[in-house]
Design a protein around this ligand. Structure first.
Ligand code: MV4
Length: 609
């Protein structure tokens, strides 16, 4: 086993990984950005290294910076968590090629293969795993799309070869739309994944999203740990995940699990991974009725990382997946057979996002956790990193914690969930706890008949605001910036050796505080490798980026008239799609960014007059 593992991540998942290390008596190393100096994962680790500015591209995504920190710390393995570098085959390969440091994950070659969607489809086909009817080679011409439509009918999904997770997919509803959408898909593929190659699938209108957890060692042992149902999503973002799926018979469950196992076997895959499937839903299915063995299911993609919702499977199987990731990476063999894997009861994970569901899930802009009192008791697991008194860090994604509830059956689990969510006391920031309580009284969710489309189609009709009113925080702080921090440099001497230290003092009077330099104004930009910051010159109110991320869509053009509430752009940050909305009506006088561009927090995006 390793001596010391560097966790190349932050927040709850970094703490989760460190806990597995501690259970194995392995030392832990944290890395952090300037925005995370006081974050929970830094407190939790044995030692911690600053790897750069808040902007993820300059810190958590900096390949060399992370590897250098591992070398400095004398770590002999790097665990990437999820997000950031977790599915970056190039980074994995760099770690593989670093003497003395092991990559905790699949072989970089497997990661590369999984990232190439037509390659993955071919492997699954070879393993007799059903794939969505479609092409296993890229298409380049509109004629090919038309031919596919004539043979299989419409709608058709055009997907980017390098895509995944809802990005780079276009739905063609008839032949007249094919030319334009083919071109858009190719352009977006090029902008987001450096790859304009696309392929075709029949588009399933209303599927369930079922994923199978795989664990495999480097000795050819592959186990599946059952499925998770992630059908409750909002704009491709999962909000609640559960297992086992409330919609499958044991027969169908077994078929999908075995298919995933065959696929992993065929690909010579090792470490943890998730095989995603679409399952064709029966629109007339009543609550309590289940999808049987004759139901169509199709392989979609492989995620080559530990996932946010791995906890659901851990609760059901009692298997510590992260611990096994470390053991398998160290060359150990799985010590349980497929028959040993038993699913007990029912588990549900609730993502605790610092967002206001009653305001289009707007992420919190700051604030302090004035109260943080998480639930406990039987069947309740909390994975988090924040503690009471912490300031919210808003530079990355908005998920601050996960509540995982386990019960003997789904009914007990949901009742226990209601109890735990009501017990959860957070003051100072909005979270989606009230939204979860609403879902626990929602007929579709409780009946288990919701599909991936449910939330996006019906959210507007749900009583989100009422639940927010009843269960939301009594107080919500502002930006939390009224207390400033001043850093002073000191030279100290310990046992005759000189050290330079930076002392931070918080709560100092305003006039003594140093204000951060305005960003985006040009001149002082120190961003490395990410291109230059946008700037604007037109008259009007400047709309700025609330967080670091990538521009997914620009929905307006210069000269457009917009109304208050109109979506100007879509900004993606840590896989979250965030609408940038006009706060007032006016004319768009300038657009400072284009699709595919990465921006810093505070960068100007659009000017409205
Ligand atoms: C599909 C599909 C229907 N038919 N492919 C979206 C995320 C990406 N991983 C693939 N996605 C989909 N692919 C075909 N051929 C529907 C979706 C989809 C979806 C999939 C999983 C979970 C939520 C979803 C929400 C909307 C669409």
């Amino acid at each position: 086993m390793f001596d010391k593992v560097l966790v190349a991540n932050r927040g709850e998942i970094a703490v989760r990984v460190m806990r597995a290390c501690e259970d194995l008596d392995v030392g832990t190393v944290a890395v952090y950005s300037d925005a995370d100096k006081h974050s929970g994962h830094v407190r939790h680790a044995d030692e911690a290294y600053n790897i750069g500015p808040a902007r993820a591209a300059d810190s958590y995504l900096d390949h060399e910076g992370v590897i250098e920190a591992a070398e400095k710390a004398g770590a002999d393995a790097i665990h990437p968590g999820y997000g950031f570098l977790a599915e970056n085959a190039e980074f994995a390969e760099k770690v593989e090629n670093t003497e003395g440091i092991t990559w905790v994950g699949p072989a970089s070659q497997s990661m590369e293969q999984a990232g190439e969607k037509t390659k993955a489809r071919k492997i699954m086909q070879a393993a007799d795993v059903p794939i969505v009817p479609g092409t296993t080679d890229p298409v380049t011409t509109v004629e090919e799309v038309h031919e596919f439509g004539e043979e299989h009918g419409y709608p058709i999904a055009i997907k980017a070869e390098g895509g995944g997770g809802g990005r780079g997919m276009k739905v063609v509803r008839g032949p007249e739309e094919a030319a334009e959408l083919l071109e858009t898909a190719q352009r977006e593929g090029e902008a987001y994944f450096d790859n304009d190659s696309v392929y075709l699938e029949r588009y399933l209108e209303n599927p369930r999203h079922i994923e199978v957890q795989i664990l495999a060692d480097q000795h050819g042992n592959v186990r599946h740990l059952g499925e998770r149902d992630c059908s409750l999503q909002r704009r491709h973002q999962k909000v609640i995940e559960e297992g086992p799926s409330p919609a499958l018979t044991d027969d169908l469950r077994e078929q999908i699990g075995e298919a995933a196992r065959r696929g992993a076997d065929e690909a010579n895959y090792y470490n943890a991974g998730t095989f995603e499937f679409l399952v064709e839903e029966d629109p007339d299915r009543e609550p309590g009725e289940l999808l049987g063995a004759d139901t169509n299911f199709y392989f979609l993609e492989v995620n080559t990382r530990i996932q946010v919702e791995h906890t659901v499977t851990e609760e059901l199987t009692g298997i510590d997946i992260v611990k096994w990731q470390l053991k398998v990476a160290a060359g150990e063999e799985l010590d349980f057979s497929q028959d040993d894997v038993e699913l007990e009861g029912h588990a549900v994970e609730y993502r605790i996002n610092a967002e206001n569901a009653a305001n289009e899930f707007a992420p919190a802009q700051g604030g302090e956790l004035e109260t943080y009192d998480p639930p406990g008791g039987i069947g309740v697991r909390m994975d988090d990193a924040l503690r009471q008194g912490d300031d919210l860090v808003t530079d990355y994604d908005s998920m601050i914690a996960k509540l995982i509830v386990h019960g003997g059956d789904r009914e007990e689990c949901l009742a226990r969930s209601k109890r735990a969510l009501r017990e959860y006391d957070i003051e100072g920031i909005h979270t989606i706890i009230p939204f979860h309580l609403m879902m626990l009284e929602n007929e579709e969710f409780v009946g288990g008949t919701h599909t991936t489309k449910y939330l996006d189609e019906t959210l507007d009709e749900l009583p989100t605001a009422e639940y927010q009113e009843q269960y939301g925080p009594e107080s919500v702080g502002g930006a939390g910036k009224d207390e400033e921090t001043v850093t002073r440099e000191f030279t100290i001497e310990v046992n005759g050796k000189r050290f330079q230290v930076d002392l931070e003092e918080s709560g100092v009077p305003q006039q003594a505080a140093q204000r951060p330099a305005p960003s985006g104004g040009g001149g002082s930009s120190s961003s490395g490798g990410g291109g230059s910051s946008p700037s604007v010159s037109a008259d009007g109110e400047v709309v700025t980026a609330e967080m670091q991320g990538t521009i997914l869509e620009v929905n307006v053009a210069e000269g457009d008239e917009v109304a208050s509430g109109d979506v100007l752009l879509v900004l993606e940050a840590m896989k979250m799609e965030n609408d940038v909305v006009a706060e007032f009506g006016g004319t768009v006088t300038e657009i400072a960014v284009e699709e595919g561009q990465s921006v810093n927090q505070g960068d100007p995006l659009v000017v409205l007059d």
